[in-house]
Design a protein around this ligand. Sequence first.
Ligand SMILES: NC(=O)C1=CN([C@@H]2O[C@H](COP(=O)(O)OP(=O)(O)OC[C@H]3O[C@@H](n4cnc5c(N)ncnc54)[C@H](O)[C@@H]3O)[C@@H](O)[C@H]2O)C=CC1
Ligand SMILES: O=C(O)C(=O)COP(=O)(O)O
Length: 622
Amino acid sequence: MAAASRALLPTPRAAASASLAGARARLVPASASLPFRARRVRCAVASSPAPVAAPSPSSESAPARRISPAGSDGALRPKPAVLVAEKLSEAGLAVLREFADVECAYGMSPAELLAKVAQFDALIVRSGTKVTREVLEAGKGRLRVVGRAGVGIDNVDLQAATEAGCLVVNAPTANTVAAAEHGIALLASMARNVSQADAALKAGKWQRTKYVGVSLVGKTLAIMGFGKVGSEVARRAKGLGMHVIAHDPYAPADRARAIGVELVSFDEAIARADFISLHMPLIPTTNKIFNDESFAKMKTGVRIINVARGGVIDEDALVRALDSGKVAQAALDVFTVEPPPKDSMLVLHENVTVTPHLGASTVEAQEGVAIEIAEAVVGALRGELAATAVNAPMVPAEVLSELAPYVSLAEKLGRLAVQLVAGETGIKGVKVVYTTARGPDDLDTRLLRAMVTKGLVEPVSSTFVNLVNADYTAKQRGLRITEERVAHDSPAAEAPLESVQVRLSQVQSRFAGAISDGGDIVLEGRVKYGVPHLTLVGPYEVDVSLEGNLILCRQIDQPGMIGKVGNILGQRNVNISFMSVGRTFRGKQAIMAIGVDEEPDKETLEKIGGIPAVEEFVFLEL
Ligand SMILES: NC(=O)C1=CN([C@@H]2O[C@H](COP(=O)(O)OP(=O)(O)OC[C@H]3O[C@@H](n4cnc5c(N)ncnc54)[C@H](O)[C@@H]3O)[C@@H](O)[C@H]2O)C=CC1
Ligand SMILES: O=C(O)C(=O)COP(=O)(O)O
């Protein structure tokens, strides 16, 4: 029995429990220009213990696993290693160095990145590094976090990251003002031909008539993408006396009203505008959204500013529109391919003003972004729930904090349930039943479902499961996880949940006592005083705190059983932390749930099995 149970035990994995990152806090006051501090909640079960902060290494190149000082439990742990692939401000590097070994390797080729990435727990990039599926696969097993020191994550393969359970975090707020200011700088300099006139004068030409510009006051500016940057551009443009309209299918009308901006359709925006400023993300629906067809709908002589992403414009179509005069001028900070080819018709066009992706490049923004991303990456490596996760569902920080003990309970129930499955039967149907006084809108169960999956999958595989890849992993493994809510009839209850039950259907168990009348393996637990407890095994009610390890023992209900088992464990120096007995009917069968600090050896377990009234027993690791 003990030997059979070994195969189901979890394999220790140093990095096995990273982030349950989730909460996204995207909507920050539009005027925020200070570095945004992500709110985090520590989720005990999900996190590997943080290494004790060690003095900064004197060298920046230290990818090999170093051992950090012993934690409070005396264990030595490897220090995480972070690879910074693009220029990050010193302020951010200092935050990283307090926690991790940091290697700054700027300007790596894709091949160099591929060769290096597997030695790191986290990778930090800006817009210049492509984090492809290949990179994520090369980093698999160790790489747990990709930090994007900026907003746009179009250079990161999010699907591949999710499949790998690699959390992607970004720094969504610290460069907002910088990007908006750059948009305004391009708008004004384009309207007054500043860069062309500057180049001409430096070449010795004094051309006052050639560079007569156009005024901004009274002109209509269309903001395409009324998010953080778009809103800030709108505020500033209004200050210049422009009439501002915007198009954004997802923007809240009250924000537009508050800034005094009219929200209109795409076609109306581009048809009415004298100037069009682009501020949407590059996603499949915005790819080349500005093309021959859309240019045709614009006013002749329109002027376009792009500080978003080059890919939202069909650049060949823009060259045609510039040549025909449909578009009078364009000012571009971003390009489909960066850097653009030296002979790019667009870059060389005389009516085009260009900058080399400088939107976020102010001293202030770079410092803010560096701190924002460093804190997010360190938090994610510690197993905290990052507020700026990009590929994990949004679970607000207060919800996470409230659910933390239930998160632990859910994982432990999954972990115990999988160890009860007999041999090779395999799990197909999993049902998680939540008994709660809360309605569906007041209880977000995604995190709990993810943790049941983690508990079920990790002990029997080498897959690392977190909130990022839980649903994907379950699907891949053919695990059908359904959820049910049972109304708890005490609406005054403050706790979010009364109990969590995990049911595995169509499986055989190596502990028949865990099979309910309906034929499922059933385990139920509750949180008592903040600690997860096991409260139901099959049809038997028990009450045992889920700490350490567990022995489940089914016997004939008769006096003296607790003493007999307790004696055997005591003689072998195995400390019992909790014990609980549950039975269906007096004199029939009962089960004992025994919490033990140490793992009993084979001989001890055999002795327990040898007690005549004991019908079956199982040792389970938590
Ligand atoms: N040039 C640079 O250095 C910088 C560029 N950026 C880029 O600026 C863009 C905007 O950044 P944020 O304002 O921070 O992002 P954000 O997420 O706050 O705003 C983007 C807005 O675009 C909207 N949107 C999505 N699809 C749309 C569509 N089809 N049509 C119109 N609007 C649509 C969204 O609803 C959202 O409100 C991003 O592409 C980002 O990568 C941001 C910072 C610096
Ligand atoms: O934050 C963004 O989306 C940007 O485009 C800024 O890019 P960068 O970090 O300057 O390479």
